[in-house]
Design a protein around this ligand. Structure first.
Ligand SMILES: Nc1ncnc2c1ncn2[C@@H]1O[C@H](COP(=O)(O)OP(=O)(O)OP(=O)(O)O)[C@@H](O)[C@H]1O
Length: 785
């Protein structure tokens, strides 16, 4: 009876949530306790068959502006401050929140509920929630819940994990939370006011309050905390010395507040600190020359403050192991771009006088005016200040384009939306921190024995496929990680040291969402035992061990499937191209020296279960060939081919069959000229003319004969993003006015004049007026992650 009751309650839940796709196969005969878990669905039952844990992740997610998805499983990619907007998908007006919680009350043993991105709206039903007294985990992140957090949550005394991030909550901090909390995330809401004293939350390890309007006082934090995100709030004043007692702290993000004064020295050397961001505050003064860094620190960001004086020694000597960002200060260095002298001289004086940023601006202007300096100079100073303000507010993004290190490494670190709740429950926090890139990971060399064991001696059953450079096998390491092992035969005279160095570089890129992670490698110098007459080794093999992209298919296989319902839609193709493009951009601009010649083709763009594009086979094959190109233009050409393939539904056989002129393309795509006959039947009539013309135009530019005239990946991405947006809006509103308005909006964004990154590795095309019309690359930063 109770089993039937449970089945009915689950089916009722499915109905109340309006049939999310994760529950698609549920029916009366479903054996709920035996369903296989996946990132979107997890039902756990106790021995007696009663439900203890329920997770449903829907697709009504928060969509930050610029197409960055804030899904739980994508948290490793997110930058510190993402402007958010919902994609307007919520449950219908019939949705009844009280009925939903009422249904959950039918599961007496329920300890964990996660309803993420399912479109919940309205305020939390206080009375019903109060009755879920066994609850240890409550995760309702990425929904549209509004109002304040009801006091009845105080009744949930067993609660250990509470995640309400990325909703529309208002009001003040819910002071009445359970003292058993281990993890609390309220990030990306509209909370205001003081953050309370956390000393009573003695078990709290993970705190994420980023992206609200908390402040101005700095809270007192419990000393058990392991990760603290308070970025993008309104904290002001100096950083308190009480933080010194946080000896377990690994992650501290205080970026984007109004903190002032000299950053205390102890912060940099906290014993467990791995990630420290103090960026975009008003911190000033000189960092001591002998400043020391904590032994585990891998990422430090003090950029966009008012620091002055020489760089501390530690900033110079440890660059290889620690990523340090310090641009947009007044430091005496030419290594990362600093503020202009005029700004800096005023800044240091005013900071000393007032200790405050806002006052400082007035002080400088008053001083200049009072001193009788001409109006021209005033305008000049005002421009600098405005420029500085503009840089502060959009700093992370904009610098992306100018400096190689900016916006790059940050993608390797956890986002402020926090550590997924079940991690703490599973007590695998440290292991997960590693996965998130919070802890340093050395690259790994495998022995051939390990790889044989993983693949059952390269058993044919483990064979996945063969490319032009070797065979790929699926394997499982002893820690159960599923891996793809690519077995490449390398030339006897290849420079092994160079290959090893390159593999070490590639292994470090393993946290990018759009690159298949390379975990390690094995070089076997004489595996076949073959020796030529002179006794020289004939056969050398390189085994590249990567993460296995489960249930993956490559882009080509999802393009031209006549009549197949699985063929990708136009927006899915664009999303895949943009994803892969971000991966490639990362290779071109975020690694020093950059990784070019990446063997790009549609079969190397893998689409995992969630359809996230991941580039595979990058970095190494170009290195093994004697024709390696030392710039991005070969990749750009190949990427252009992929774009054409996306349109044609098959690899292009003749060179670009489409005209290159925008006006002709627009005419063709609207009126359907002969070359339109070529396009994949799967997308005919489904993609807006403007969107298609934009893709064809940029594909044509990528394939220009003169490599120097091909665009950069930033420009390509900008255009694709534009194509995706006009396509989406054409789906919603197919009016020409809408296109014009959008194009205008894109064009209004400030254009960056210097697209080259300061290391000068990329010889970017000169920005012509036409290019600029096509899209300011300053905007590209919005979607480079
Ligand atoms: N990390 C991975 N996870 C899952 N499948 C993979 C992975 N890497 C490669 N594969 C699959 O293995 C097969 C062979 O891949 P491989 O990259 O060697 O060939 P290719 O891309 O067809 O050609 P080329 O070697 O010229 O790039 C393909 O079916 C590919 O989808």
């Amino acid at each position: 009876d109770s089993y039937i009751h449970q089945v009915n309650a689950l089916l009722q839940l499915q109905e109340l949530l309006e049939y999310p796709s994760a529950t698609r196969n549920w029916n009366n005969n479903t054996n709920f306790c035996d369903l296989t878990s996946n990132p979107s669905l997890n039902l756990t039952c106790a021995a007696g068959g009663t439900l203890t844990y329920l997770r449903i992740v829907g697709d009504k997610q928060y969509v930050p502006l610029g197409d960055r998805l804030l899904l739980l499983h994508s948290i490793t990619d997110e930058p510190a401050a993402a402007p958010l907007s919902h994609n307007n998908k919520s449950l219908s007006s019939d949705f009844n929140f009280s009925a939903l919680i009422g249904t959950l009350l039918s599961f007496p043993d329920l300890q964990g509920i996660e309803l993420v991105s399912v479109g919940l709206w309205g305020s939390l039903p206080a009375a019903e929630l109060n009755q879920l007294s066994n609850l240890q985990v409550l995760n309702a992140s990425s929904n549209l819940i509004s109002g304040s957090v009801p006091q009845s949550l105080a009744g949930l005394g067993a609660l250990r994990v509470l995640a309400l991030d990325a909703n529309a909550f208002t009001g003040s901090f819910p002071f009445w939370l359970s003292s058993n909390l281990v993890s609390l995330s309220l990030a990306h809401n509209q909370f205001t006011g003081l953050i309370p004293n956390f000393d009573s939350l003695v078990h709290l390890q993970s705190l994420n309050l980023g992206g609200n309007s908390f402040g101005p006082e700095f809270p007192s934090l419990g000393n058990k905390l392991v990760s603290v995100y308070l970025g993008d709030n309104q904290l002001a004043g100096p950083i308190p010395s009480s933080l010194k007692s946080l000896t377990e702290l690994q992650t501290l993000d205080l970026s984007g507040n109004a903190l002032s004064g000299n950053p205390p020295q102890f912060l940099f050397e906290l014993p467990s600190i791995v990630f420290l961001s103090l960026a975009r505050n008003h911190l000033s003064g000189i960092l001591p020359d002998n400043l020391s860094l904590g032994p585990f620190l891998t990422f430090l960001d003090v950029s966009s403050n008012d620091l002055s004086g020489p760089l501390p020694k530690a900033f110079l000597s440890s660059v290889n192991n620690v990523t340090i960002k310090y641009q947009n200060n007044c430091l005496a260095t030419i290594k990362q771009q600093q503020e202009m002298a005029l700004y800096c001289s005023s800044a240091t004086v005013a900071a000393a006088d007032t200790g405050g940023h806002r006052h400082r601006h007035l002080a400088i202007i008053a001083a200049i005016l009072g001193g009788g300096v001409g109006i021209g100079l005033t305008i000049c100073v005002l421009s600098i200040l405005l420029l500085k303000r503009w840089t502060k507010s959009s700093d992370e993004e904009d610098n992306n384009i100018v400096a190689p290190e900016d916006g790059c490494n940050s993608s390797s670190f956890a986002s402020p939306i926090g550590i997924p709740s079940e991690l703490l429950i599973n007590a695998r926090y440290i292991a997960q921190s590693k996965r998130l890139g919070l802890l340093p990971q050395p690259s790994r060399t495998f022995t051939l024995e390990e790889l044989k064991e993983a693949t059952n001696v390269f058993n044919p059953a483990a064979f996945v496929g063969e490319g032009s450079h070797g065979k790929v096998f699926k394997g499982q390491l002893t820690d159960k990680t599923k891996v793809a092992i690519k077995w490449i035969t390398i030339k006897p005279n290849a420079d092994l040291q160079e290959i090893k160095t390159q593999m070490d570089v590639l292994c470090k890129l393993r946290h990018h969402r759009h690159l298949v992670s390379i975990l390690g490698y094995c070089i076997e110098e004489n595996f076949a035992g073959a020796v030529d007459d002179a006794g020289v080794k004939k056969s050398q093999s390189l085994y590249v061990v990567s993460e296995f992209v489960e249930h993956g298919d490559h882009l080509r296989s999802l393009l031209n499937k006549k009549g197949n319902r699985n063929a990708l839609s136009w927006s899915e193709r664009l999303a895949a191209a943009i994803g892969a493009g971000r991966g490639i951009h990362h290779l071109h601009t975020c690694v020093v020296p950059p990784v070019f010649d990446n063997n790009l083709k549609s079969t190397n763009i893998l689409l995992g279960e969630s359809m996230d594009a991941q580039v595979s086979d990058y970095g190494i094959l170009g290195h093994l060939s004697s024709f390696a190109v030392n710039n991005d233009k070969q990749d750009i050409y190949n990427y252009g081919l992929i774009l054409l393939e996306m349109v044609l539904g098959r690899p292009p056989t003749i060179k670009n069959p489409f005209p290159q002129k925008r006006s002709e393309l627009e005419r063709l795509t609207k009126e359907k000229g002969p070359s339109m006959e070529l396009i994949d039947k799967g997308i005919v009539g489904m993609c807006g003319a403007e969107s298609l013309a934009t893709v064809l135009e940029i594909a044509g530019k990528c394939m220009l004969d003169n490599p120097a005239k091909r665009p950069s990946m930033e420009d390509v991405l900008w255009n694709l993003q534009y194509a995706a947006q006009v396509h989406n809006s054409s789906a919603a509103n197919n009016s020409a006015d809408e296109y014009d308005a959008r194009r205008e909006e894109f064009q209004k964004a400030p254009a960056s004049t210097d697209r080259r990154h300061s290391g000068g590795y990329i010889q970017d095309t000169q920005v012509s007026d036409e290019d600029r019309k096509a899209g300011p690359s300053a905007f590209a930063s919005e979607f480079l992650r």
